[in-house]
Write a protein that binds this ligand. Structure first.
Ligand code: PMV
Ligand code: MG
Length: 368
C-alpha cells in the first residue's frame, strides 16, 4: 500500500546519532568565538519512524520513567524540563515540520520510537550527551520521512535551533559532534543573532544563512595516543551547571574574561598540536585546560572536578597520562590521554576500577 507521500505504509526509517565527549574548552565554548574540542563516541541514539493511521505515538523505553524536575521561585513551582529528552524530541518534530511546511511538504501521522545506548541500564546517564543525540536523530529521521534531503550543515542548524528552544544556554558542540562524527574543533554561533533571525525570518531562510562565529573543523588524533574514559558513576545536569557559571560571568567579569582568554590560548595550542600530530603538545594542553577549569571552579564556587574526578585524574597522571574532567563536570566522565604501551594502559584502567571509577570501553565514531 502506498500513501500520498509515495511511501509504503510498511516502510520503517531507522537512523542513528552518536553521543559525544568534550576533550577541552568546556564553558568557554558557550561564548561565541571560543574554541573547544569534542569527539563523537560509538554509542548511539536510534530513532525509527513509520507511518500510522488515526493517531501518532512517541515511545522510548529509556525515558519513560523520567522524574519531573522542579525548583522554587518564591511560592511558585518552576519545572525545569531541560534534562527531559521528550522535550527535545517534541521540539525537533516542531521545527523539522515547520521547515517541511515551508518547503511545501504535507505533514503526516507517524509512530516515532527512540532507543538510547547513552543511558546506563539503571537509568543513569554517562554524560555522553543524550539530549543532543536524541535531537539530531529525530531531525534526521523526520528529514527522511518528509524527503527533505538535508545536508549535514542543515541537519546541524535545525537540530541546534530545536535544542536552543529547550535549553537556551548550550553551545551546540555536542550537536556538531553528533552530526559530523570524529574529532572536531568547534566554536559556537552567536545566539543573540540567531534569536533575532528566528524572530524575523522564515526558518528555511535562517537555515540557509551563514551563522556568525560558527566554526566546525574536523581534526585527526595522533595514532600513538589513546583516549581513555572513566565514569564517575554520578550523573550531572549540564544546563544547571552552566546556569551557575553564568552567575560568576556577571558578578566576576574580570576573572571570567581572563579564563576565556586563557582557555582560547590553550585550545589554539592544542588544535595546533592536533594539526602537527604532536602528542606532547596535546597532553600538555590537556593538563593546562584542567588547571584553567579548576580556577574557574574556584572563583565561581561551582564544583566541576568532583573528588571522584580528582581521583580519576591523579591515578591517570601516575601512569604518565594527561587527564581532566569532561564536559560540565560535577560527575559524569573524566578523560585521560596516554601514549604508553598497552600494559601500562591496562594497569591504569585496573587502578581506576579499584577506585570505583568505571572504565568505559567506547571508541571514536567517525563517519568516513
Ligand atoms: O557535560 P557535557 O558533556 O554535556 O558538556 C557540557 C559542556 C559545556 O561547555 C559546559 C556546555 C556546552 O553546551 O558547551
Ligand atoms: Mg556532563
Amino acid at each position: 500500500m502506498v500513501n500520498y507521500l509515495g511511501k509504503g505504509f510498511d516502510d520503517l526509517i531507522t537512523v542513528h546519532a552518536p553521543g559525544k565527549l568534550y576533550i577541552a574548552g568546556e564553558y568557554a565554548v558557550v561564548e561565541p568565538g571560543y574554541p573547544a574540542i569534542v569527539v563523537a563516541m560509538n554509542q548511539f541514539v536510534t530513532v525509527t519512524i513509520e507511518n500510522s493511521y488515526d493517531h501518532g505515538t512517541i515511545n522510548s523505553k529509556q525515558y519513560e520513567e523520567m522524574p519531573v524536575r522542579w525548583r522554587r521561585r518564591g511560592n511558585q513551582l518552576i519545572i525545569d524540563n531541560r534534562d527531559n529528552p521528550f522535550e527535545y524530541i517534541l521540539s525537533s518534530i516542531k521545527y523539522t515540520e515547520k521547515y517541511a511546511l515551508e518547503k511545501h511538504q504535507s505533514l503526516a501521522l507517524f509512530n516515532l520510537n527512540v532507543n538510547s545506548q547513552l543511558d546506563a541500564d539503571d537509568g543513569k546517564k554517562y554524560g555522553l550527551g543524550s539530549s543532543a543525540a536524541v535531537t539530531v536523530a529525530t531531525v534526521k529521521a523526520l528529514s527522511e520521512f518528509y524527503h527533505l534531503n538535508l545536508s549535514k550543515e542543515e541537519i546541524f542548524k535545525l537540530a541546534a535551533i530545536s535544542h536552543f528552544k529547550v535549553q537556551n544556554n548550550g553551545s551546540f558542540g555536542d550537536i556538531a559532534a553528533s552530526v559530523y562524527g570524529g574529532w572536531i574543533a568547534y566554536q559556537s554561533p552567536d545566539r543573540q543573532w540567531l534569536t533575532q533571525m528566528l524572530a524575523t525570518q522564515p526558518l528555511s531562510k535562517v537555515i540557509q544563512l551563514d551563522w556568525p562565529q560558527l566554526s566546525i573543523e574536523q581534526l585527526h588524533f595522533p595514532k600513538e595516543l589513546n583516549l581513555l574514559i572513566g565514569w564517575s558513576g554520578s550523573p550531572a545536569s549540564t544546563p544547571v551547571l552552566v546556569d551557575k557559571i553564568a552567575v560568576a560571568r556577571s558578578q566576576q567579569q574580570d576573572k571570567y574574561q581572563q579564563f576565556l582568554e586563557a582557555s582560547k590560548d590553550c585550545l589554539q595550542k592544542m588544535i595546533a598540536g592536533f594539526k602537527s600530530g604532536s602528542s606532547n603538545i596535546i597532553k600538555e594542553q590537556i593538563a593546562q585546560n584542567r588547571h584553567l577549569l579548576q580556577q574557574l571552579a574556584q572563583f565561581s564556587e561551582v564544583v566541576i572536578e568532583t573528588p571522584k574526578l580528582t581521583k580519576l585524574c591523579e591515578i591517570a597522571i601516575r601512569y604518565g597520562a594527561a587527564a581532566k574532567s569532561s564536559g560540565a563536570g560535577g560527575g559524569d566522565c573524566g578523560i585521560a590521554v596516554i601514549d604508553a604501551d598497552p600494559t601500562v594502559k591496562e594497569a591504569l584502567l585496573r587502578d581506576w576500577s579499584l577506585h570505583q571509577i568505571q572504565p568505559l570501553n567506547f571508541s571514536v565514531h567517525s563517519l568516513d
